[in-house]
Design a protein around this ligand. Structure first.
Ligand SMILES: NC(=O)c1ccc[n+]([C@@H]2O[C@H](COP(=O)([O-])OP(=O)(O)OC[C@H]3O[C@@H](n4cnc5c(N)ncnc54)[C@H](OP(=O)(O)O)[C@@H]3O)[C@@H](O)[C@H]2O)c1
Length: 313
């Protein structure tokens, strides 16, 4: 298969590149908005691609003729989306539509579109794939619109909803776990909200789950996240415990107190049985996921596969 990944410099994009390289013999084209890449492993081809530029997307997709496009490129800053709605829509919705347009002309080309628990309002969970979305933020609205564009298009699509993504990658945006670890390392007490709850998801696991869905020829919506629901404060305490810090450094606060620009769903717990039954896989729970991350960071093994040219040959 020819597999094209957009947003490949992001956390999930990096993990997808590694998972497909390790587990498959697929041809891989990595793309991102950056003009140059840090991927030097010869297993990966790289092309700059801004998915908001329709003519560039058309040229690349028509020339490469991928069997699968995994679209991870997105505006993921939830408060940023609230503040610049136009930019959020252009990237999160129009970007996907730009991929669908040339993909329609390629026989059997499929698209995996990443979506989010933020399509739900967080008051009526736990949520399975048939639950009714009702986003409370502009980010969530843009993600829901992208799901609808995908599912209504003639291109075969998998919509993968995930949440509380964490992991270590090369120059990636800060995720919740990385932020908590940075605070713990500073050594001063800090506060974390206890009124936002969801299923933490190790990015490595999510990438593997997406690969399994692609291999099985799945279609439609899937909730792919860790199996365990936990509030952010308790999750932060667990991070402290597993990484050898004092959980007592962290105290609880509320969403109202910290005043984020965008509303968050209070409890967006996922039911993940559809994915688990389809793929016969279960992602790491909180303890196992954090232990795997700790091991990766200890081994210094998180970036070497992307940056070295010695593996996969
Ligand atoms: N992170 C979470 O907790 C979470 C939760 C639920 C769902 N998701 C979804 O999962 C997907 C992957 O998330 P992630 O955390 O891996 O995201 P990420 O780390 O922010 O990666 C996104 C990548 O896309 C690139 N990009 C930005 N604008 C682009 C454009 N116009 N064209 C092409 N690439 C562009 C970014 O480059 P720059 O860094 O240079 O902008 C970045 O490398 C997203 O669709 C996100 O909405 C994430």
């Amino acid at each position: 298969m020819r597999v094209m990944i957009t947003g490949a410099h992001g956390l999930l994009g990096q993990k997808l590149a590694l998972a497909f390289a390790r587990e498959t013999g697929d041809e891989l084209l990595l793309t991102d908005i950056a003009p140059r890449t840090f991927f030097i492993n010869k297993r990966f081809d790289y092309q700059q691609l801004d998915i908001t530029q329709l003519s560039d997307v058309k040229s690349l997709v028509s020339a490469y003729r991928p069997d699968v496009i995994v679209n991870t490129a997105a505006m993921t800053d939830v408060d940023g989306c609230e503040e610049d709605k136009l930019a959020a829509w252009r990237l999160n919705v129009d970007g996907l539509k730009n991929l669908i347009i040339p993909a329609r002309r390629i026989d059997n080309c499929r698209i995996v579109q990443l979506s989010s628990d933020y399509v739900f309002n967080g008051r009526t969970g736990p949520y399975d794939e048939s639950s009714r979305p009702n986003p409370v933020s502009y980010y969530g609205k843009s993600k829901l619109a992208s799901e609808n564009a995908m599912l209504e298009s003639p291109v075969g699509g998998i919509v993968v909803r995930t949440q509380v993504l964490y992991g270590a990658g090369y120059e990636v945006r800060q995720n919740f776990v990385a932020w908590v670890l940075a605070q713990l390392e500073k050594g001063a007490p800090f506060r974390v909200v206890d009124d936002q709850r969801g299923n933490p998801t190790l990015a490595d696991d999510l990438a593997y789950g997406i690969l399994k869905l692609v291999e099985r020829g799945a279609g439609g919506v899937f909730h792919v996240s860790g199996p365990e629901s936990i509030d952010r404060f308790s999750f932060a305490q667990k991070i402290a415990e597993i990484f050898g810090f004092d959980p007592g450094m962290i105290s609880p606060t509320s969403s109202a107190e910290i005043g984020q620009a965008a509303n968050r769903p209070p409890d967006s717990t996922f039911i993940t049985l559809k994915f688990e039954a389809a793929c016969n896989e279960r992602l790491s729970d909180v303890t196992r996921g954090l232990e795997r991350l700790r091991q990766q960071l200890r081994d210094g093994a998180t970036h070497t596969d992307l940056l070295s040219d010695s593996r996969f040959f």
